[in-house]
Design a binder for this molecule. Structure first.
Ligand code: ATP
Ligand code: MG
Length: 509
């Protein structure tokens, strides 16, 4: 065995994050580490890489016990990690990022030509066609991720840990990344892969270990598992009534709804071309498109994060201001963006305070919510979204990644906006909570809230949407309703100019 973990235990005040966990990783193996939000995956990885100290248990690498005290010590031993948020520096060149901390020098200065050669050598075999002397910022998230992997492999070279590496990649980029990872496996690395995308687990991995509430509940060959059994391992029970299977019926009659508001010729040069969009009361609008196609840009425009250059928003009372997020909130809009960190999750405030924050700001500080009202609100959403926390007073920073995501969602739902924009609301969220969130969307829209949802998971988009807008090259290129909403028509509209009904407004001047 390349890596052996025996009886690993880690406790935090009030939580046993890992309870005597065993884990084995062979050389030349891709091993999935799975479990619900808060199951202990990231904690296991942090103990393994020296980011956390452990309370008990043994870790051995190639038969020798190890106790790395820091991630750089772990790297020296051969264990490299790449997280979802790539921790490289965007304003340095690719070469500087790759050689950071061990730059070749000449006469006491960094030897730029040797650095470039070294960087190019490090990227050999990864199938990237890039200029290492350009800033990292010039390249997509996918390319950055591969660069981060190349750096980790060059520094470490035995064990590579990928913690939700595909969360912000599109399908093609995922394939590229997988090719890279398979290549590394074939070179004899042991790879740990953490993901909530079960399809990817089946496509990529050789073995699966499942954690539940800090305990190992299964370790099996991927080929011996199926989706249903895997989900049962994760949840500890069968997943009743998966929402995907019970999606909208997509009959045209249901699409006839009273209009809540409409955007006319709404656009911004260089951001999104002007579009017309009517929103029905209680309607779910899906926004489909590739990464970078203009989905998030559309959402930003609709919420006043960037100001429109043209057009207007109107409802039954006439036009209203959408020139800033503050104006958008005043107009009854809500927006949960994709990056929860940028959304200002306040890590050292409690779950209660984070959920009450936006609502309190909206009501104004004079009409203060009492502590008891806040607690009631928080407890309600903790239960509805199954937020794993030991109570409303726990600091949000102590929650697992997926549970922080649920807190962001709760915050916006608590405001009860008339129009809520959700950018990738189920990203990083486990299967059980995933279904719960889709159910919640159906519930609040039945009560009259209108929702615009951006999702890269087509099945999910199809299951919840009454209407799907397809965005390509920063234009709204198609609008699908009723029976037109199938993955086939959506994919074709994403790919081909002639597919779908043209609905893009005029060309930007
Ligand atoms: N620094 C910390 N302080 C207190 N509790 C923590 C800390 N880090 C993690 N925990 C707790 O340990 C448990 C396991 O969290 P962990 O982040 O390992 O989950 P995870 O499996 O990675 O979940 P996710 O899929 O949401 O990323 C959770 O209950 C979490 O609240
Ligand atoms: Mg995690």
């Amino acid at each position: 065995m390349l890596l052996t973990i025996r009886s690993l235990t880690k406790t935090f005040p009030g939580t046993t994050a890992l309870d005597a966990v065993d884990f084995d990783l062979a050389a030349g193996e891709i091993h999935a580490l799975l479990g619900e939000n808060g199951a202990g995956k990231s904690t296991l990885i942090k103990c393994l890489t020296g980011a956390y100290s452990r309370d008990g248990g043994e870790i051995s690498l190639e038969g020798r016990p190890i106790s790395p005290r820091s991630t750089s010590k772990a790297q020296e031993l051969g264990i490299g990690t790449v997280y979802q948020e790539v921790n490289l520096l965007a304003n340095l060149t690719v070469a500087q990022n790759l050689t950071f901390g061990r730059e070749p020098t000449r006469f006491g200065m960094v030897d730029a030509r040797a650095q470039k050669r070294q960087a190019e050598a490090m990227l050999e075999g990864y199938g990237l066609d890039i200029d290492v002397s350009r800033n990292l910022a010039a390249y997509s998230v996918a390319v950055r991720q591969i660069i981060a992997i190349a750096r980790a492999v060059a520094l470490s070279g035995k064990v590579l840990i990928l913690d939700e590496p595909t969360a912000s990649l599109d399908a093609r980029e995922v394939e590229t990344l997988f090719d890279v990872v398979r290549g590394l496996r074939d070179r004899g690395l042991g790879i740990v892969f953490v993901s909530h995308f079960l399809d990817q687990v089946f496509a990529l991995t050789d073995r699966v270990t499942v954690l539940r509430n800090g305990r190992r509940v299964a370790s099996e060959r991927t080929a011996d598992l199926n989706r249903v059994r895997l989900i049962e391992h994760m949840l500890g029970h069968a997943l009743e009534d998966e929402v995907i299977a019970h999606g909208k019926t997509h009959d045209a009659a249901a699409a006839q709804r009273p209009e809540l508001l409409r955007f006319e010729n709404f656009g911004r040069r260089g951001h999104v071309e002007p579009f017309d969009l009517a929103v029905g009361r209680g309607e779910v609008l899906g926004l489909a498109g590739l990464l970078g196609s203009g989905r998030t840009e559309s959402a930003e425009l609709l919420f006043g994060v960037v100001e429109a250059h043209s057009g207007a928003a109107r409802d039954e009372n006439g036009t209203f201001d959408l020139s800033s997020p503050r104006a958008a909130v005043a107009a009854g809009f809500g927006y949960a963006p994709e990056e929860r960190k940028e959304d200002g999750i306040v890590a050292d405030l409690s779950v209660r305070e984070n959920i009450a924050l936006a609502l309190q700001a909206h009501r104004g500080w004079l009409r203060r919510l009492s502590g008891a009202e806040q607690a009631r609100l928080a407890n309600n959403y903790i239960a509805r979204l199954d937020i794993r926390t030991f109570g409303p007073e726990q600091p949000v920073g102590e929650l697992s990644g997926g549970n922080q995501q649920k807190v962001v969602l709760a915050r916006w739902l608590a405001m009860n906006p008339r129009f809520l924009i959700l950018d990738e609301p189920t990203r990083g969220i486990d299967v059980g909570a995933h279904a719960e969130i889709l159910r919640l969307i159906q519930k609040v829209t039945a009560e009259g809230m209108s929702i615009l949802i951006i999702s890269s998971e087509l099945d999910e988009l199809i299951a919840v949407s009454d209407r799907v807008i397809v965005v390509r090259d920063r234009r709204h290129v198609a609008e699908l309703t009723g029976r037109e909403i199938t993955s086939d028509t959506i994919v074709r509209a994403i790919a081909a100019p002639q597919a779908g009904r043209q609905n893009s407004g005029e060309e930007a001047a």
